[in-house]
Design a binder for this molecule. Structure first.
Ligand SMILES: [Zn+2]
Length: 124
């Protein structure tokens, strides 16, 4: 490996890293997500729940009924993403048990079966 190879390797790593940092912001939000607006300078909109319509480099256009035009241009720092449901564990359906609130639901034929309390649901 010569010096040039090593240099381009390094450059590639840096590009990767930079890409990851830049991508992180948009990974947090997706179009259709609900966000809570954090704009204390705008009491009318502060604390309102809005829906992300279009992501941009600086933030997003969000739909918000409290905004005069029904749309607000929010910076990333002005939005708090609502917690998204955790992806289902492997082998589980991702449903929550009606009876114990557990998330260890397994598919059993047409029903789901709760490993925590033994209830079956969704097959009546
Ligand atoms: Zn249960």
């Amino acid at each position: 490996m010569n010096a040039f190879d090593r240099l381009s390797d390094l450059a590639y790593c840096l590009m990767e890293l930079l890409g990851r940092i830049l991508r992180r912001r948009s990974d947090v939000l997706a179009e259709g997500d609900k966000v809570t607006l954090n704009v204390p300078q705008n009491p009318k909109l502060h604390g309102q729940v809005a829906m992300v319509r279009k992501l941009t480099q600086w933030g997003a256009y969000v739909g918000c009924t409290a905004a005069a035009t029904g749309e607000y241009r929010a910076l990333f720092s002005e939005m708090e993403a609502e917690r998204r449901a955790a992806p289902p564990l492997e082998g589980y359906t991702g449903d929550v048990c009606c009876c114990c609130g557990g998330s260890r639901m397994r598919r059993a034929g047409a029903c789901s079966f709760c490993e925590e309390c033994g209830t079956t649901s969704g097959c009546s």
